[in-house]
Design a protein around this ligand. Structure first.
Ligand code: ZN
Length: 397
């Protein structure tokens, strides 16, 4: 491997437990961490699906006291975290469990920052700002997408400025992630589609980011292989537990890749689309991804990494010309977006062309843009948004 000479440090802070019905072990695992009073952070949809009750049953059977915060919301804000903190403080909890999609896990992590280190979420925007140890966290994802269960970042939106703050600290990572494919069966089709595309985008962006290293690249390739082959299956047969399991594992491995190599321009371009047009994260990232892949393909090392990604997932043959492999990758991503029912262009997602310069300016300021393999300026983002305005290939294999 050509990049082996690059020094790297890889931390796996989270113990992964994978298996159907593994949610029923949450009580026993919390006790292993020394829990007596736990806070369960979740959202109303997860309560309605019966997952919260099931987790509570396991926690009760293990003799634990439980406080519940069930008001996590999409793109959690500083206010949401403060509301969660009030419940945690009143119950004097010693362990936190995040049950749900990325939002529940982000809220749980945000609450952990404030409960153990004080202050406001804004104080932790950046890397390693928490001085004191944090409480043990168990993550129980119910979507196959964000990979938050394997990351030390809490993504919290500033209620006043609408800025999405990435608060990273190794202490915030979950001690244990319980990956139970059965929990992902309750996702509505639209959630399966958007979170699945997000997981695929994580694999693609981490595979070429500036911070990538041989081990993170291994996670990216394995995650891509698992997700690209399983994603059409979960869309067409949502009850296929085997395919759901592969997606869940792939999303977690993508999360591990992000933890070690960060993301790139598709995420940088997506965040302003979510803030200003309310486009769901996975859809926004997915719609930008094919043009970002073509843009990054001008970098020879990135083109090579894309070729490895493609050949690993049998989208392109080994030894395929890198240009051919690049086109095959971008084409496959477009097919998957079509399968997922994503609108064919930004124009059809409600974005106004006149808004592109402002979007591009914000995108260029996003933290993730700094990790893109090719430097990406405001003018480059204008071109990327323009490209996403053109209807993509309508081919569906
Ligand atoms: Zn993402």
């Amino acid at each position: 491997m050509r990049r082996l000479q690059i020094p790297c440090s890889l931390s796996t802070r989270t113990r992964l437990i994978f298996g159907v019905n593994s949610v029923d072990r949450v009580g026993e695992l919390a006790r292993e961490l020394g829990a007596k009073k736990v806070l369960l952070v979740t959202d109303p949809g997860i309560v309605a699906a019966g997952h919260a009750e099931r987790a509570q049953r396991s926690l009760k059977a293990a003799g634990l006291q439980i406080a519940v915060f069930d008001r996590a919301r999409e793109n959690p804000t500083t206010k949401c975290v403060e509301d969660c903190l009030a419940v945690a403080t009143a119950a004097a909890i010693d362990t936190i469990i995040g049950l749900g999609g990325g939002s529940s896990m982000d809220t749980a992590k945000g609450c952990n920052f404030l409960l153990t280190n004080g202050g406001r979420m804004q104080d932790y925007w950046g890397v390693g700002k928490a001085a004191r140890p944090m409480l043990p966290l168990i993550a129980l994802p119910t979507t196959a997408g964000t990979g938050s269960e394997c990351q030390s970042a809490a993504l919290i939106v500033d209620e006043a400025t609408h800025q999405k703050m990435a608060c990273l600290d190794p202490k915030a990572a979950a001690r244990i992630a319980i990956l139970d494919p059965g929990l992902t069966l309750s996702q509505p089709q639209g959630v399966t589609a958007c979170t699945g595309i997000d997981a695929i985008a994580h694999a693609v962006e981490t595979a070429v980011s500036k911070k990538r290293n041989p081990v993170s690249a291994m996670y990216s390739r394995e995650a891509f292989k698992l997700c690209v082959t399983s994603f059409p299956e979960v869309l067409l047969a949502p009850a296929n537990l085997e395919a759901r399991g592969r997606m869940l594992l792939g999303a977690a491995l993508s999360g591990l890749a992000i933890e070690n190599s960060m993301l790139g321009a598709a995420h940088a371009a997506a965040n302003p689309l979510t803030v200003h047009y309310g486009i769901v994260h996975g859809q926004a990232v997915g719609m930008m991804l094919p043009s970002v892949v073509r843009f990054n393909g001008a970098d020879p090392a990135a083109r090579q990494a894309y070729a490895q990604l493609s050949s690993g997932a049998q989208i392109a043959a080994h030894g395929h010309e890198p240009d051919g492999a690049l086109n095959a990758l971008a084409g496959r991503l477009e097919v998957l977006l079509n399968l997922a029912g994503m609108p064919p262009s930004l124009a059809e997602s409600g974005v106004e062309r006149a808004g592109i310069p402002a979007l591009a300016e914000e995108a260029a300021r996003q933290w993730t843009a700094a990790f893109n393999p090719r430097p990406v300026s405001k003018d480059d983002f204008v071109k990327l948004y323009e490209a996403a305005f053109e209807p993509r290939s309508s081919t569906v294999l």
